[in-house]
Ligand binder design. Structure first.
Ligand code: SPV
Ligand code: MG
Length: 567
């Protein structure tokens, strides 16, 4: 295997191709026909790409007879060049016309970062070399030499390569003619000679190579004589071997099989596990780079966001009203608690909402949300539910900036707005008016780097710990964490990592979100505290419920509940 070494990578793409042509070892170009296949070629480890005329035509669904225009080919090449950093050798057929078309082609290819072009000594419009040899009229040698010279004279980049392809063996004109043409093309300035054969044995290629005796680099396309050991090409001193069409052919057989299967069975279940997951397609499209760039360049309010609502529990103290539904589906001032949350999130542009249900998840209204069920909700805790949301295929949790929320909350909209607009990688909301250590219903006491104070406005306060203990190191709590955590930017990957570490703990199944916050703090993360003073409600028991109704009523838009957002 010829790996891409640092010295090679430091060269421009055209210099890379030139080096592949001129080095004394046998190098390989792999066929690609669009941006996706170009990326796949690169990931496989190849050092360069053959932009095949046959396969670019085929992916358009047209014949290899110059039915696709040369500008359509060049546009395709642009996607292929953008898909990575490999040098691309274009199969330029006959140069799409005479010397003048060739000049323009070379200039356009250079502008698109293409490393070289191969032209063949046939007549425009050409036919694929493996179809009807009796219809393979060759170009006049002089005319073709003029085309090579015109191309070489038009290039601005000294390393741009022109490979001259000899079709004499394909057209049945014999070895002598092939050698005569190759020599003429070399003298006209070709950087390499591609000698093509349609025989199933490499005999005529090897005979040509022997006679040619290294006068210029030789390139071959062993599509028909594929059973020849590659070592034979090495020993013959072949510079570049082109695997010319194998990605398109493998895609075709795979698509045929999958299309047939889905048509016949009218279901996806038989194919789903045998094809690339959608996430793999996202990866090949470099979706992560997009999210990172969004974080850099989009104003916070426009960055894609997701939310996870933890709603698996029935709710203790609410058994009387949660016989047939989970707590989040209890109506508060005319609509379910969950809907208040979802509407509040949507108002802040958070449209990708994953709700983790458990107890009576079947009763959760799934309009506008993605429902994920923690099947083991009875034995497991909040972090297990959170992990369900993160693992759910297609859910946005931690793939974009993510708000993690308890399901039993009501709050004024500014609380959410300020939280999602925070620049911190992690931020939480702490209610400093709820630090009453005597209140038995409060478990999530927050201990922070500074107590809430007017003078603090605009200064950074960090979370130190969340605990049900009513004092820490002799200090009273600074407030109560209300159940909202925002994770953005690079914090997402770090939260995943911390969660993975916690997953290894034997007590993971019982852990709650405060345990995650504490683990993040212990791992050295800075968790920004956003203090509020009331303006929210947690719903833990029937009394809370009654008060939640009053609170919600105060948030009902003037004009009533019948607003689009509440549907
Ligand atoms: C191509 O890949 O389009 C080629 C090689 O030109 S071949 O199909 O073998 O002629
Ligand atoms: Mg071709």
């Amino acid at each position: 295997m010829n790996a891409r070494e640092p010295a090679f990578l430091s060269l421009s793409r055209s210099a890379q191709l030139r080096q592949m042509l001129q080095s004394d070892r046998t190098e390989f170009l792999m066929e690609a026909h669009n941006g996706l296949s170009a990326r796949i070629v690169r990931e496989a480890g190849f050092k360069g790409i053959w932009a095949s005329g046959l396969t670019i035509s085929a992916q358009f669904g047209v014949r290899d007879n110059n039915e696709a225009s040369w500008t359509q080919v060049v546009d395709t090449l642009e996607f292929m060049a953008d898909a990575g950093d490999l040098p691309i050798l274009l199969d330029g057929d006959t140069g799409y016309g005479n010397f003048n078309n060739m000049r323009r082609l070379v200039r356009k290819l250079e502008q698109r970062g293409i490393a070289g072009v191969c032209i063949e000594d046939k007549q425009f419009p050409k036919t694929n070399s493996f179809i009807g040899s009796e219809r393979q009229p060759l170009a006049e040698i002089d005319e073709f030499c003029g085309k090579i010279k015109a191309g070489k004279d038009s290039q601005n980049d000294e390393h741009f390569s022109i490979v001259a392809r000899v079709e004499a063996l394909i057209a049945g004109w014999g070895m002598e003619e092939a050698l005569r043409r190759a020599e003429a093309y070399r003298n006209a300035g070709a950087d390499a000679i591609l000698i093509h054969s349609k025989l199933s044995k490499a005999d005529e290629i090897l005979a040509f190579a022997k006679e040619w005796a290294g006068r210029a680099p030789l390139v071959i396309v062993p599509t028909k004589y594929y059973s020849t050991p590659t070592e034979a090409f090495r020993m013959a001193g072949i510079s570049v071997v082109i695997w010319a069409n194998h990605l398109l052919r493998s895609a075709a057989s795979s698509m045929q099989a999958v299309a047939k299967e889905i048509f016949e069975t009218e279901t996806l279940v038989n194919v789903e596990d045998r094809i690339a997951p959608v996430d793999e397609i996202f990866r090949l499209q470099d979706a992560d780079e997009y999210s990172a760039a969004e974080n850099l360049y989009l104003s916070t309010s426009r960055v894609a966001k997701s939310a996870v609502i933890l709603a698996a529990s029935r709710g203790s103290g609410l058994e009387a009203v949660t016989e047939d539904r989970p707590k989040v589906m209890l109506p508060v001032a005319g609509k379910p608690l969950l809907r208040w949350l979802v509407d509040g999130f949507k108002k802040q542009g958070i449209n990708d909402i994953t709700v983790v249900g458990g107890y009576r998840a079947d009763a959760i209204d799934t309009a506008g949300i993605k429902l994920v069920v923690n099947q083991r909700h009875a034995e497991t805790g909040e972090l297990a539910s959170l992990a369900c949301a993160i693992d759910a295929p297609g859910a946005g949790a931690l793939r974009v900036d993510t708000l993690i929320s308890y399901g039993d909350l009501l709050f004024r909209s500014y609380i959410l707005r300020d939280l999602v607009e925070s620049d911190a990688d992690f931020s939480v909301v702490v209610d400093s008016s709820a630090a009453d250590a005597a209140n038995p219903s409060v478990r999530d006491f927050a201990y922070c780097s500074a107590a809430d104070a007017r003078e603090l406005f605009g200064q950074e306060v960090l979370l130190r710990r969340i605990s049900s203990d009513t004092s820490l190191d002799g200090r009273a709590p600074d407030g109560r964490w209300i159940g909202l955590l925002n994770v953005r930017g690079g914090g997402r990957a770090r939260l995943r990592k911390t969660l993975e570490t916690l997953r290894a703990r034997p007590d993971f199944e019982r852990l709650d979100v405060p345990a995650l916050l504490d683990a993040l703090v212990e791992a050295g993360e800075r968790i920004a505290v956003q203090y509020v003073h009331g303006h929210w409600r947690g719903v833990n028991d029937l009394e809370d419920f009654r008060r939640a109704g009053d609170f919600a009523h105060a948030q009902v838009p003037i004009g009533g509940l019948d607003q689009p957002e509440s549907r």
